[in-house]
Design a protein. Sequence first.
Length: 489
Amino acid sequence: MVSLTVNKAVLTVTANNQSMSYGAAVPTLTGTLNGLVAGDGITASYSTTGTSTSVPGSYPITATLNDPNSKLSNYTVTNTAGSLTIGNATATVTLGSLSKTYAGSPLAPTATTIPANLLVTLAYTQNGQAVVSPTKAGSYGVVATINDVDYSGTATGTLTINQAMPTITWATPAAITYGTALSAAQLDASSTVAGTFAYTPTSGTVLGAGSQTLSVTFTPTDTTDYTTATATVTLTVNSAANPAQSIASLSPAFTDAGSAAFTLTINGTGFTSNSTAYWGTTALTTIYVSSIQLTASVTAAEIANAGTTSVTVQTATPGGGTSNSWQFEVNSASGSTTEPTFSSVTQTVIAGSPASYPVTLPSTVESASVTCLNLPTGATCSYSATTNTVTITTTAATPAGTYSVTVVFTETVSGAATAGILLPILLLPLLFLRRRLAARGIWLTACLGVVLLAGAAFCNGCGGGGSSSTTSPQTHQVVSAGTVTLTIH
């Protein structure tokens, strides 16, 4: 008897390895059957679990054999599992807000993802070195990485932190008056960061009247994180009130009637370019020399007659006004007088004491009286013919200072007045009528008549024109002047 042993067939079942991305549809799982006898009808199905909700990872694929004809007992089955690998899905990362301004604290760009709201980690580098968080101004490399179990993705960019503009606080300064130098009262800008201020115009500058612009440049101590900054304010400079004027002396202090036009020098204080000298109530052509001196043109018509005239200086508002009045003396006509001669024209005394000035008058003077012009407050003057002395008497209240005093002598002189005295007086009306008379061709005739009239007066004054050899002594009055200086301590 022969025994026949029939061994079982070997059936190899192998599941294929497969992969997919998270969130994608699960692929059709496949595998192979090797060693199957035709007609046995055995099939395999492949499956795994958790693929619809699992996180990325590796999942086994197993085969399940279907045996509709109950033939598996004829097989030795080797079932090899495969795997389904689920990888991270790729997400899109976008970097934004890559330009920032220094704020003294860490700054970061924005990072948005698709899908939205995924966790993103940012890493920074500067000059090849890792930086924990950008704070200082400069450029930084940025790498944005998605930190999620299901998604992956990266993005790169450059974060620029720009220098900040320092804040300057500078309130509009209060108005000042012309002549006030700029100081910390106007140049008082401040900033919230350390640094230095450079002003234009600089401290100590005196600005003109009007609306003026002040500017400042601020240089921060931290020039890495801050840039320089500028600011301006408007300063109102009001016109200064013109100073009060005061006349201290005139040069010359006197002249003769009938003299030619001359330039009068006015010395004092508080004069401006708007100051005008007045001869009585008549404005003179005035030239500003300095705050202590003016010159003015005095015409021949102003000094045609002997007498005393007030000279003042007027300046327009604000301030200014009219100065003290200074007396100018016009003596009798030139040639009719001789100025008094003072042996000493300067005296210094203590307030309350007298000052004496010895004087010599012409020998023709029979008598004289004096008037002193421009005396200091409380002072008086007198003349003694016995001692030939002019005395200026002060009081304890007389202010200290140096004064220029004009001493006017009214003299009774031997002899009749000469035509030289009369001629300027007679010609004066013709000076004003010259143009009209010249236009009518009678100027020369009028002048000739005046000269003849003066000649007749001269002859009469000299005793001429009469046959009598006996005449009464004649006298006449003339006015002459001189100046002295009085210093009071």
